[in-house]
Design a protein around this ligand. Structure first.
Ligand code: 5GP
Ligand code: MG
Length: 180
């Protein structure tokens, strides 16, 4: 697995420090309120697990699944909601959490879906952002790291379902794509 990594972009230490900072910012923003975290499966589970352990505000958790890349690295332009929320979001402060903001199509789709259900507020927090790839005007309220336009894996992000368990974020060697 480690032999498949070309370059480490973000180390475990980089990630840990940044998430501590995000936790403080989000705690401060929502002081005195309870939030509903809506995490996007599967990629955001590792980030969400670490983020919530850095939050002190009361929170509940729900998950949504949106259609993704399958085994290719090309994004779909019209993501479909494959499984929706168990929670009634009306009147709640919703924080959407995803692994990476790429074209922005996934987050825009989910944001519109949640907004239509009368929440008290909707904000978003993404672990990574690739601003060069944006296809719409979606902007995340909190971002872990902005990265260049490269396909990355690790810390929840996969390639063909693999590499999610890496504790860092890196790029893959070309041989991994050639052999899959
Ligand atoms: P968007 O809809 O913003 O184009 O894409 C969002 C989704 O595409 C992310 O939630 C993630 O699942 C996937 N994605 C985008 N860029 C990357 C990447 O560099 N690596 C991986 N593993 N997934 C990505
Ligand atoms: Mg995703």
């Amino acid at each position: 697995m480690k032999n498949d990594i070309q370059k480490i972009l973000l180390s475990e230490e980089d990630i840990r420090k940044r998430i501590t900072g995000l936790g403080l910012e989000i705690d401060r923003h929502y002081e005195g309120k309870e939030i509903l975290i809506v995490t996007l499966l599967d990629g955001a589970i590792v980030f969400t697990a670490d983020l919530i352990r850095n939050l002190s505000i009361p929170l509940r958790l729900d998950c949504m699944r949106v259609s993704s890349y399958g085994d290719s690295t090309d994004p779909e332009t019209a993501p479909r909601i494959l499984s929706s929320l168990k929670t009634d979001v009306s009147g709640k402060h919703v924080l959407l959490v995803d692994d990476i903001l790429d074209t922005g199509n996934t987050m825009k789709r989910v944001h519109d879906e949640v907004l239509a259900k009368n929440p008290a507020s909707v904000h978003s927090c993404v672990f990574l952002d690739k601003p060069d790839r944006r296809e719409n005007d979606f902007r995340s309220d909190w971002t872990g790291f902005s990265i260049p336009d490269e396909f990355v894996v690790g810390y929840g992000l996969d390639y063909a379902g693999r590499f999610r368990q890496l504790p860092y974020v890196g790029t893959l060697k070309p041989s991994v794509y050639e052999n899959s």
